[in-house]
Write a new protein. Structure first.
Length: 305
């Protein structure tokens, strides 16, 4: 979402969701003396009022302007955009395994593989928060997804936790579901920066209602994405018990973009470290996540229609 352009931000944050426009129209219609002009209200100079014209008569000049001219086709909407976030990077290596594997290298390799698999099907567009070994602040990662009006945001990680092994999926919650999720969130949250959400010029109480509705819809989408990711990973790779967990990860806090964070494994566990260093294993993880992403986009489109 473009903070420097209020009109774009308003459209991206609210009307693309579709829940605000009908309420606004109903409110306008309820105001005394308010009416919306339609095509029937536009009269050709010198023509009789609609009530005086014979039924089926063509207004003067209408036939000469439109006869034989095909209606221009409306351009098709672009495929939905998926933003993939390769965790850490640059001066921030992330977790480091016993064998010296850096998390930033694993997440970038996995993100590039997931991008390749998603683009191969042509059902969505894909953007990366980083495509090389550079440091990107957490707030900037969120901004990429919001500014470009992403359909979803998926953050890839491979953290470190004593005794933990297997993939897991996380969604946003103010209170962590367990101590492990809380600890992971604390380590990942280097900085917490609220996004610059653009809301229409309405009273503060109305803004609070709109923001609450938006967050509720976003969290519902995030939960659906997480369930699909867990189902797709199950049977393909080792999973952490209680695979879907919740915590206050900064990169999941955009109020208008459904998001999930995937721990592909734990570099502190030798078996996970060895697996994540194998391209074939990363491709298997990417394949499962691509299945989840496309499943989410399909349900999103069916709800929209």
């Amino acid at each position: 979402m473009d903070r420097g352009n209020g009109k774009r931000g308003k459209r991206g944050a609210l009307t693309r969701r579709g829940f605000m426009l009908p309420a606004v129209l109903l409110a306008l219609a309820a105001l005394p003396g308010m009416a919306v002009a339609g095509p029937q209200d536009r009269r050709v100079p010198g023509a009789a009022p609609p009530s005086a014209r014979p039924s089926g008569a063509t207004p003067p000049g209408a036939r000469s302007r439109g006869a034989g001219r095909p209606n221009p086709a409306r351009p098709a909407a672009p495929p939905p955009l998926v933003v993939i976030d390769a965790g850490h990077g640059g001066r921030d290596p992330g977790a480091i395994g016993r064998g010296g594997t850096q998390e930033k290298r694993i997440t970038l390799a996995a993100a590039l593989e997931l991008k390749r698999q998603l683009e191969r099907g042509g059902r969505c567009r894909v953007a990366l928060t980083r495509s090389r070994d550079v440091f990107v602040p957490l707030g900037a990662r969120i901004d990429i997804a919001r500014r470009r009006e992403a359909a979803l945001f998926l953050s890839l990680h491979a953290d470190s936790a004593p005794g933990a092994r297997g993939a897991s999926v996380y969604t946003l919650a103010e209170t962590a579901s367990d101590a492990l999720a809380a600890g992971l969130a604390r380590r990942e949250n280097l900085a917490d920066r609220a996004g610059g959400l653009t809301l229409p010029s309405v009273p503060p109480e109305v803004q609070r209602i709109l923001l609450s509705l938006m967050r509720r819809e976003t969290r519902s989408g995030s939960e659906r994405l997480a369930r699909l990711a867990v189902a797709a990973l199950d049977g393909e790779v080792a999973l952490l018990p209680n695979t879907h967990r919740r915590a206050g990860f900064v990169v999941l806090k955009a109020p208008d973009v459904p998001a999930a964070l995937v721990e592909m494994g734990f570099l502190s566990h030798p078996a996970d470290e060895a697996a994540l260093n194998r391209p074939a294993h990363r491709a298997k993880v990417a394949s499962a996540l691509a299945e989840a992403v496309l499943g989410y986009l399909a349900t999103r489109q069916s709800v929209a229609t």
